[in-house]
Ligand binder design. Structure first.
Ligand SMILES: Cc1cc2nc3c(=O)[nH]c(=O)nc-3n(C[C@H](O)[C@H](O)[C@H](O)COP(=O)(O)OP(=O)(O)OC[C@H]3O[C@@H](n4cnc5c(N)ncnc54)[C@H](O)[C@@H]3O)c2cc1C
Length: 458
């Protein structure tokens, strides 16, 4: 809490020291703010993280930009594993590497969630943020501007004053719940009807990676799929995505033996890689997948939401954390630019909400693409044309994936531009089975006519 009233215009209280909370704390502390951060869990630097399981995330340019501003990029990249593209595993055991970008300057990075959090907490503390662990937000008195926290170890309660609260407390945000009792946030959650479960590929007998490390592996199977991301400790985290109903689904694949039967039928080349399939399947919880929409992210000058607390999304574009980090940069800039906090929060929301909606939509679309289309002939021809057009007209044609992943132009721009480009790809490949039969002069003229030059490097 502010120690004296003179400090109050540069004091802020963050709820949640997860990924967004730690980055925002650092960005604000580096700008001279007094930052207090309250986190429900214990300090992962003392207790270890997440039950020791390796869970990883794809880090892309938007996230890296925020990490650079926070002074955290070098430390994070020291443990990141490069992923050049999707390694598609077909049902018959063939594999095909589909590159994400033009070369190794356009790649994504697999980072270990627990290690990332630890690095970010160290950096936040070094920047001057005060971290309070074992403090779960329980209730807020917005009139008195006090927040009450519970210590999960002994149930004791602790109250602290605040000037403004920032909810970086994730998809189940307690702060969002408290704000909703004061104002209409227009909250709705759309469940995907699919869930996920994590399994592990351990290192090979020689201690190295047991499959290609520099790729995001995908086993697309129509209504469902598996993916695997590498970890720097030479393991892979496998995530199985299945519908909740139907066959197969989490209603029919209920235990280790049923999981093995599914894998032997549909992911046969992965079976020898996952020796503890039954154990992992039975031990690890199934996670639900949903998109959270809000019409309002703030309560005047008293509270604002960032990251998953404001806009949780399905994970199929690998952008939830990247988007959360981009929120942090935007909020820190608005707070610095605009001393009136209600106006700063409103400007933050005006900038970020349309972009969050766009990436939420693209993440949902990407699920269809990943599980169903990466091995489809029309799709592969469109992808080939997309690559050719990106080479021929780099200033006008950029694959949507690249706009989202390797650039920082607003998600909403990438979404709209992607829609126009997709229309063009479908139109230009209609009736063709190969790029050899295209009339390139006409293709080039159409691109010039329909797509204006892109403003990148934003
Ligand atoms: C299966 C899966 C795969 C994903 N893969 C990717 C990926 O590849 N790339 C990517 O960019 N994103 C990915 N994401 C999304 C990413 O995990 C989230 O977007 C990101 O973690 C959001 O960060 P956050 O800080 O907003 O929330 P969180 O990381 O959830 O952090 C919230 C923090 O708040 C704390 N907290 C909760 N309640 C309270 C309370 N009452 N009081 C105090 N503290 C509290 C929590 O303990 C936690 O530390 C994935 C998500 C899932 C589910």
């Amino acid at each position: 809490m502010p120690h004296n009233p003179q400090d109050s215009n540069r004091h802020i209280t963050l709820i949640g020291a997860g990924l967004a909370g730690a980055v925002l704390a650092t960005l604000l502390a580096r700008r001279g703010w007094q930052v207090d951060v309250y986190e429900k869990r214990g300090d992962p630097r003392l207790k270890g993280y997440g039950g020791g399981r390796s869970i990883n995330l794809a880090l892309a340019e938007r996230g890296r930009h925020a990490l650079r501003l926070a002074g955290a990029d070098d430390a994070v990249m020291a443990q990141a594993v490069m992923m050049r593209g999707r390694m598609v595993h077909f049902l018959d055991g063939r594999t095909d590497l589909q590159r994400y970008g033009r070369d190794d300057s356009e790649v994504i990075w697999s980072v270990h969630r627990g290690e990332l959090n630890v690095i970010l907490l160290d950096i936040a503390e070094r920047a001057g943020a005060h971290l309070h662990f074992d403090r779960g937000l329980a209730s807020v008195d917005f009139d008195a501007r006090t927040a009450t926290f519970t210590d999960p170890r002994d149930g004791s309660t602790h109250t602290a004053g605040f000037v403004s609260l920032v909810g970086a407390d994730g998809a189940g945000s307690a702060l969002r719940g408290a704000m909703a009792s004061q104002t209409e946030l227009g909250e709705r959650t759309e469940f995907l009807g699919h869930s996920y479960k994590e399994l592990e590929i351990p290192p090979a007998a020689d201690g190295g990676f047991s499959i290609e490390p520099n790729a995001l592996h995908i086993w697309p199977r129509g209504r469902y799929m598996c993916i695997a991301l590498p970890n720097d400790e030479r393991t892979f985290t496998v995530t199985l995505f299945l519908p909740n109903e139907g066959d197969p689904s989490f209603a029919t694949v209920r235990n280790g033996a049923e999981a093995r039967a599914l894998f032997e039928r549909d992911f046969a080349d992965a079976v020898p890689l996952i020796p503890n399939l039954e154990r992992d399947f039975e031990r690890n919880p199934a996670g639900l997948l949903a998109t959270l929409y809000l019409d309002s992210w703030h309560l005047d000058d008293r509270a604002v939401l960032v990251g998953d607390a404001a806009h949780a999304m399905v994970p199929f574009h690998g952008q939830g954390m990247n988007c959360a980090f981009e929120d942090c940069v935007a909020l820190a800039e608005h707070l610095d630019r605009q001393p009136d906090r209600a106006a700063a929060f409103a400007a933050f929301q005006a900038e970020r909400l349309p972009n969050a909606r766009a990436i939420q939509a693209m993440a949902l679309e990407n699920y269809l693409e990943m599980r169903d289309r990466v091995d489809d002939d029309d799709y592969l021809l469109q992808r080939a044309l997309e690559r050719a057009l990106a080479e021929r007209h780099p200033e006008r044609f950029m694959p949507r994936y690249s706009m989202v992943t390797f650039q920082r132009l607003p998600y909403a721009t990438a979404y709209e531009r992607g829609r126009q480009q997709r229309e063009l790809l479908v139109e230009l490949t209609r009736g063709h089975h190969s790029l050899d039969t295209l009339d390139w002069a006409q293709v080039d003229a159409t691109v010039h006519e329909r797509l204006s030059p892109l403003q990148v490097g934003a």
